[in-house]
Ligand binder design. Structure first.
Ligand code: CA
Length: 446
């Protein structure tokens, strides 16, 4: 009888999480160690920390690339973007029909909208500026944001050009903001605008399943923040670092206001929330901090693509715990796909994280985590604690044991030639499934 009751209870729980809302909050160029839940002593992020405390912090979470565009493409399609040639940051060009997520790949929004989800993206797109790649043509019902890789923050920075009229990367940073093809001026600091829009989106769609991609361009450069936020960090002497901290804090406040709305609408147990950065912090550019991790944005070392990452679904996932096995931004699509039974097209590379985070499956979610940077000839494969790195074309292979060498200081390739060969073989197998980049990027690295 007791077991029957347990079984019934677990069935009820399972039934409750079907078709949960999905909110993905993505920060841009946020340092691994710049959130309280990853131990930041410099920047208080109380709202993100509260969200982390309501769920699981994944300490070994990777994106699929160490710069913005390709990482976002991998997340949006749930597949390694090297499979479809999105391997460079797109250069802003409304006439380029190649620089975007190919139309024969299915986005999360295209998948979820087929099972009744309302889908909205607020903030940075960066998945193609050509009209065929516009969010409203890629499964989203609503878009408020900018199509390019970054944007200035203050209303006084925004010019009169539409995003169609922007002819260069710098021009794309000062366009009007696109609201479902309409072009608008802003009234507030851009991070506040995006937070307000996210709250309105949730309020409007509270009665049906929704997918909100809240894609803050913060704390990506340019370093700009309201004075009252800069004043919160008087203890930080470097003005650039202080401004960066202020940008993170403004985003954190926005997350807090959004969570308040979720609670007010009683949606907490019906809403699967992820927070992550799209790549590691570019420490020399936006004064972010990746802590003990080696390297920064663009690097194949941990600081390039191991990111702050949390998952929350109260009632269905544990709370206040850390999960140390390697997970991927690819798992976001696979998780919501399992819960919503939405149709997919091409095979997803991620896994449903719930059984792993619930500890009903004690295995590691991924046998391997991969990275390829075509232009540099850089590669990574991680299996368990071993990480093989090829730092660039023609460079020697390096092997690290991340369990006792998180900073990748001690290359142990010479000591473990069999492991190097084994990992290289697995890496070559994955590489053989990939294609060359299909468009020229912002910067072609030699
Ligand atoms: Ca980025």
């Amino acid at each position: 009888m007791k077991y029957l009751l347990l079984l019934l209870l677990s069935c009820t729980l399972a039934a409750e999480v079907q078709k949960p809302n999905l909110i993905v909050i993505m920060a841009d160029d946020l340092g691994y160690a710049d959130v309280g839940f990853n131990g930041s002593k410099h920047i208080a992020t109380p709202h993100l920390d509260a969200l982390a405390a309501s769920g699981v912090v994944c300490t070994n979470a990777y994106t699929t690339y160490s710069v913005c565009g390709p990482s976002r493409a991998g997340f949006m399609v749930g597949r390694y973007q090297q499979r479809f040639g999105f391997e460079r940051n797109p250069k802003y060009d409304v006439n380029d029909p190649l620089a975007g997520v190919p139309l024969d790949e299915m986005t999360i929004a295209e998948s979820l909208s087929q099972v009744g989800y309302k889908c909205g993206v607020i903030g940075k797109w960066h998945l193609g500026a050509h009209e065929q790649f516009h969010p409203l043509r890629r499964g989203f019902d609503e878009f408020y944001g900018h199509l390019g890789g970054g944007h200035k923050y203050f209303p006084s920075d925004i010019g009169n050009k539409t995003d169609l009229e922007a002819k260069s990367e710098p021009e794309s940073y000062v366009t009007l903001i696109n609201r479902n093809y309409q072009q608008e001026k802003t009234e507030k600091y851009l991070t506040h605008e995006f937070s307000d829009e996210a709250i309105q989106f949730v309020e409007k769609n509270k009665s049906e399943p929704f997918f909100l991609f809240l894609s803050y361009n913060a704390p990506h450069g340019p370093l700009q923040a309201p004075q009252e936020y800069i004043d919160r960090f008087k203890q930080i002497k470097n003005i650039k670092r202080r401004t960066y901290a202020a940008m993170v804090s403004a985003m954190d406040d926005g997350v807090g206001r959004l969570m308040h709305k979720i609670e007010e609408l009683n949606l907490k147990e019906k809403t699967l929330i992820f927070f992550l950065s799209d790549n590691g912090g570019p420490e020399n550019k936006n004064f972010s901090y990746n802590g003990d991790l080696r390297g920064a944005k663009s690097s194949p070392y941990e600081g390039g693509f191991r990111v702050p990452f949390l998952v929350s679904l109260p009632g269905s996932l544990p709370s206040g715990v850390k999960y140390p096995e390697a997970v991927s931004s690819l798992d976001i699509f696979a998780t919501i796909n399992a819960l919503s039974q939405s149709p997919t097209k091409n095979k997803l590379d991620g896994v449903n994280l719930l059984p792993y985070l619930n500890k009903t499956n004690a295995k590691a979610p991924h046998k391997s985590i991969y990275l390829r940077k075509f232009d540099q000839g850089a590669y990574v494969i991680r299996q368990g604690d071993f990480k093989l790195v090829i730092p660039g074309r023609g460079k020697e292979m390096e092997l690290y044991n991340l369990e006792n060498d998180i900073s990748e200081k001690h290359d142990i390739a010479q000591k473990h030639p069999e492991t190097v060969q084994y990992l290289k073989k697995a890496l070559d197998q994955w590489d053989s499934e990939l294609i060359d980049p299909v468009f020229k990027g912002l910067k072609v690295h030699k």
